[in-house]
Design a protein around this ligand. Structure first.
Ligand SMILES: [Zn+2]
Length: 160
């Protein structure tokens, strides 16, 4: 029987996880980059080695000559990646990792956005640039009376 991780335990452990591990686990995906591709001429199979650019995980894939996958496994998880000893992280417990991922990525996105808009300052729409008087408008009772020309009443056209 599989032991499942307790959500509260995962919540605590996620706080100590490296940000790059949280991204790979939260996305359930590594950013694998090619490292090595070897052809074994004796046993007639290929071995591809890929490394994750974020967490450093090395993934091994063994394939036949026509690229059919025979086996695929992570060579070694980086230290601290798996949160070993807590049980299988699924369901509610995995929500803690997913939540940490989204919060982290969105925080970075907001920071990048605010840096992008911090400079140069937008001057075109300032009150000075538009010549707008910053003084408040006088109350209606203080306004000088002005004659307003009202439109003349329309006359009915005479039938020609
Ligand atoms: Zn990774």
């Amino acid at each position: 029987m599989t032991d499942y991780a307790d959500r509260a335990t995962v919540r605590q452990l996620v706080k100590e996880m490296k940000p790059e591990y949280i991204v790979c686990r939260g996305k359930r995906q590594h950013d694998l980059q090619p490292e090595n591709l070897v052809w074994n001429d004796v046993y007639k199979f290929r071995t591809a080695t890929e490394v994750c650019s974020r967490c450093g995980l090395r993934m091994i894939t063994e394939m036949t000559e026509d690229w059919t996958v025979l086996a695929r496994w992570p060579e070694k998880y980086p230290e601290g990646y798996l949160l070993t000893g807590v049980g299988r992280i699924a369901g509610d417990a995995f929500n803690e990792i997913r939540g940490a991922y989204y919060q982290q990525v969105w925080k970075q996105k907001r920071m990048a956005k605010s840096e992008a808009t911090a400079s140069p300052p937008r001057r075109a729409a300032t009150r000075e640039a538009l010549g707008i008087n910053a003084e408040p408008e006088p109350a209606p009772s203080e306004r000088p009376l002005r004659l307003v020309r009202s439109a003349a009443p329309r006359r009915a056209r005479k039938a020609g």
